[in-house]
Design a protein around this ligand. Structure first.
Ligand SMILES: CC(C)(COP(=O)(O)OP(=O)(O)OC[C@H]1O[C@@H](n2cnc3c(N)ncnc32)[C@H](O)[C@@H]1OP(=O)(O)O)[C@@H](O)C(=O)NCCC(=O)NCCS
Length: 181
């Protein structure tokens, strides 16, 4: 059974990063991320067109957290406090003890191993603390940076072709640490 209590919000820290909850003050950074055509290139999501859109998005995310439906972290640099990206766990299934992972980084902070560092922490948290048994990721087949990231954690291709969205491919990682008793 997944341990799905997200209050108090779990702040996670790594060598370079602090992963914390979004606040309304992050609206400019969230707007920048969600309106960036390079970042949105392979993402099937509603882009932010205004700062209002970003603020609404932050409110919606925090509502999902309050309802224990999703976890969504702002990835910030510990030395400067700059918000460089986000990472989330969502789509929790109690039937399968599973969830999905999603992530994004500002383009000028890519290629530094930041997402690898953040994802390692979040995946460990999902498996050890939440007791999730499987993490899934769905991505555009041409999103090679994302594929490379998942490969580093030994995610495997899942066979879930979807006729409506053939360009989407599925990956999954099984929890080999904490088997249910
Ligand atoms: C997917 C995404 C987060 C990957 O970002 P990233 O910076 O490439 O990912 P990583 O943190 O794994 O960094 C890897 C790169 O950092 C380099 N690197 C530099 N310093 C490093 C360090 N200290 N440790 C590890 N890697 C380091 C690696 O060599 C690698 O470079 P390469 O890709 O040129 O080989 C990013 O491309 C993104 O935000 N895309 C848009 C949103 C998106 O598509 N999200 C996925 C939805 S499914």
């Amino acid at each position: 059974m997944v341990n799905r209590t997200f209050t108090p919000f779990p702040i996670l820290r790594t060598e370079r990063l602090s992963l914390r909850q979004l606040v309304i003050n992050d609206e400019q950074e969230i707007f920048a991320l969600r309106s960036d055509s390079e970042i949105n290139k392979y993402l099937d999501r509603q882009a932010s067109h205004t700062v209002d859109d970003a603020r609404n998005f932050i409110n919606k995310v925090n509502e999902h957290i309050n309802n224990n439906e999703a976890l969504y972290w702002a990835i910030t640099l510990r030395d400067t406090n700059i918000l460089v990206g986000t990472i989330c766990l969502f789509g929790f299934s109690d039937e399968h003890d599973s969830c999905e992972i999603g992530y994004e980084l500002q383009t000028n902070f890519q290629g530094q191993g930041i997402m690898r560092e953040a994802a390692a922490k979040v995946i460990g948290y999902a498996f050890h603390t939440l007791k999730v048994q499987k993490i899934e990721a769905f991505l555009h087949k041409d999103n090679l940076r994302s594929v490379r990231l998942l490969d580093k954690f030994l995610f495997q291709r899942s066979n879930k072709p979807d006729e409506a969205t053939p360009e989407l491919i599925g990956y999954e990682l099984t929890n080999s640490i904490d088997k249910p008793k």
